[in-house]
Design a protein around this ligand. Structure first.
Ligand code: SAM
Length: 232
């Protein structure tokens, strides 16, 4: 399963295959909580009053669309390396889309007020490269927001959630998408992805300061915000 993260072509192929059903499955498996997670993220972003936002790994564009709605004066661009996902984003009404690898973004340095990535950084072959690119294209003092899955730390919740993640979720999602393996990969990728203080240290090491973590829904999802350091 580790093979997916190490292999961008497999990640791209996987999202190409499930693009048409991605949003429905998301809403289904999260019980609609994904709307709530995005709403919290958007509230933070709106408080920064940005003029320009890049949503990396935008996929079907859900977060980018929510940001556009909340920040009508901001220019919001969605970038992703999977064309079929971007085609859904286009149908959903996101006008500015760029086919791009999050680890090699086609933007000049110091371009954006805010860079976001929802459930995207985890899938990149190198989290350091992804975060460093985000730091590079942010203006000095610009804001980063990462929204992604995390493992709960509470003793009873953690094993229950792990059971759901590895034994129930892949079957349910497999029935709808026909790609059970994609959702087995999801569980593996969540296990491997750093959270809490490890994620804070990772973000800081890639050119950011002032990292804040907001665990949501019993710690199954976390939002991290940070500010681009002056020396990058
Ligand atoms: C789980 S989806 C998240 C989509 C969307 N941000 C959301 O919140 O629903 C992950 C997305 O990351 C994209 N992705 C993964 N690795 C990427 C990379 N290196 N560069 C750009 N996009 C990438 C995939 O194509 C996919 O659309």
């Amino acid at each position: 399963m580790e093979i997916y993260k190490e292999n961008p072509e497999m990640v791209r192929g996987l999202f190409s295959d499930i693009a048409g059903r991605y949003q429905v499955v998301n809403h289904l498996l999260s019980g609609g909580l994904d709307f709530y997670w995005r709403a919290i993220a958007v509230r933070l972003i709106r408080s920064w009053n940005p003029s320009s936002v890049l949503d990396v790994a935008t996929g079907t564009g859900d977060l980018a669309m929510a940001i556009r709605k909340a920040c009508p004066n901001a220019r919001v661009i969605g970038a992703d390396f999977c064309l079929p996902m971007l085609e859904v984003a286009k149908k959903n009404g996101l006008p500015e889309l760029v086919v791009a690898d999050g680890m090699n973004l086609p933007f000049a340095d110091q371009n954006f007020d805010v860079v976001t990535a929802a459930f995207g950084l985890r899938n990149m072959a190198s989290w350091e490269k992804g975060l460093s690119e985000m730091a590079r294209i942010l203006k000095p003092g610009g804001h980063l927001l990462i929204l992604d899955f995390s493992l709960p730390t509470l003793p009873v919740i953690r094993p229950l959630y792990r059971f759901y993640l590895h034994h129930i979720l892949p079957h349910m999602a497999g029935l709808v998408t026909g790609r059970k393996d994609a959702y087995e990969y999801l569980g593996v990728s969540i296990e491997q992805f750093p959270s809490g203080s490890k994620m804070t240290a990772l973000i800081e090491s890639c050119g950011f300061r002032g990292v804040k973590a907001y665990p949501l829904t019993l710690g199954t999802v976390s939002i991290y915000t940070a500010i681009k350091s002056g020396d990058h």
